[in-house]
Design a protein around this ligand. Structure first.
Ligand code: ATP
Ligand code: MG
Length: 183
């Protein structure tokens, strides 16, 4: 699964709608300090289901909604969509027939939130399952941030094992087993 496009609206410093196209090859994001480079990565993590606000560099989830500036009023919601190219049919079986998969997350200031896959409302669980074992995801190995390589080298064997399980594609089954045993 390869990211084709990212649409950001009202998320952190992105007050107006911004679409970022990821062409084939390497995409570099450059700009002065504080211009919003890391916020783009936060948007990708958030739309893929990140629930821990500290991983998004905030204190509360509302911090992801544009909070206003000298010239602009705060927005009432944050909305991020990520569009994946699925022409290789590499995604889970349920989405095989779609050439593109669009995942959307919205958060309103009231605290209400929506999750959508291809514009159809779904549960956060469906988004988590979509990404499980694909290597993509809020915490998956597709995002290697500063310090991650070092952390991996010095990780405990059990921690390293969870990464190998993700790569091997067994995470999904372990997660389903866990929730079945809970029921
Ligand atoms: P650096 O090069 O220093 O790493 P950067 O380009 O990664 O910078 P970011 O951390 O992405 O910068 O962006 C920081 C900016 O985003 C700050 O100016 C901050 O005020 C703004 N920002 C973060 N959250 C919000 C929010 N909810 N509303 C408005 N602005 C926000
Ligand atoms: Mg940064």
């Amino acid at each position: 699964m390869k990211i084709k496009r990212l649409d950001i609206f009202g998320f952190k410093s992105f007050v107006d709608k911004v679409s970022i196209e990821f062409e084939t090859g390497i995409t570099g994001i450059v700009g002065p300090n504080g211009c919003g480079k890391s916020n783009i990565l936060d948007a990708i993590r958030w739309v893929m289901g990140e629930q821990n606000v500290r991983h998004l560099r905030g204190r509360m989830m509302e911090d992801v909604i544009f909070g206003g500036s000298e010239t602009r009023k705060p927005t009432g919601l944050a909305e991020v969509s990520v569009i994946f190219d699925n022409s290789d049919g590499n995604c889970p079986a349920a989405y095989k027939d779609f050439a593109e998969i669009m995942v959307t997350r919205k958060l309103y200031r009231s605290g209400d939130s929506d999750y959508l896959i291809n514009k159809t409302p779904c549960r956060l669980l469906d988004i988590n399952e979509l990404f499980m074992d694909t290597g993509v995801g809020a915490r998956a190995y597709s995002i290697i941030e500063q310090g991650k390589v070092g952390a991996l080298v010095s990780a405990k064997p059990e921690e390293r094992r969870s990464l190998i399980e993700e790569v091997a594609g067994v995470t999904k089954y372990k997660s389903r087993k866990k929730s079945a045993l809970r029921k």
